[in-house]
Design a protein around this ligand. Structure first.
Ligand SMILES: [Fe+2]
Length: 140
């Protein structure tokens, strides 16, 4: 019989993976709401953040595989809205990054004692703190 705590952990990892992929898709759409010079200014920022959200989702998927499960995905997402300025886009990005940070922080107590996962989640928290700080500085 499977350990219920372990099942719960796998479910949480699925949720985290979905959140990262959702952030990827939101960034994907947000990028096209920028116009002209704003688009140009934000291009490398969006390229980097999209790459990172994908890498994070991949890392989580790998952890799910290490636990002997196959990653599964459930996403319901609508991303809309018309043209947005650079500040507005960064304000949205700050929300995505803060949500990711909160999700990893919530996850930490569940993985304490699991050396591989605990280390991974702590690193993710440090990374997301950096992202939040980076965007906060851009918005100052
Ligand atoms: Fe991030």
């Amino acid at each position: 019989m499977k350990d219920p705590k372990r099942n719960e952990l796998v479910e949480e990892l699925h949720r985290l993976m979905a959140e990262e992929l959702e952030a990827f898709l939101r960034y994907f759409q947000l990028r096209y709401r920028l116009r002209g010079i704003d688009r140009l200014a934000a291009e490398s920022f969006f390229d980097k953040t999209m790459q990172e959200t994908l890498q994070h989702a991949e890392a989580i998927a790998t952890h799910i595989r290490v636990l002997g499960e196959t990653p599964k995905l459930s996403i319901k997402l609508e991303a809309g809205g018309g043209p947005v300025g650079l500040k507005g886009a960064l304000a949205d990005a700050l929300i995505f990054e803060q949500q990711a940070l909160d999700a990893y922080k919530d996850m930490l107590p569940r993985v304490e004692g699991d050396p591989g996962l605990e280390d991974f989640i702590r690193k993710q928290i440090a990374t997301e703190i950096e992202h939040v700080q980076e965007i906060t500085m851009l918005l100052e």
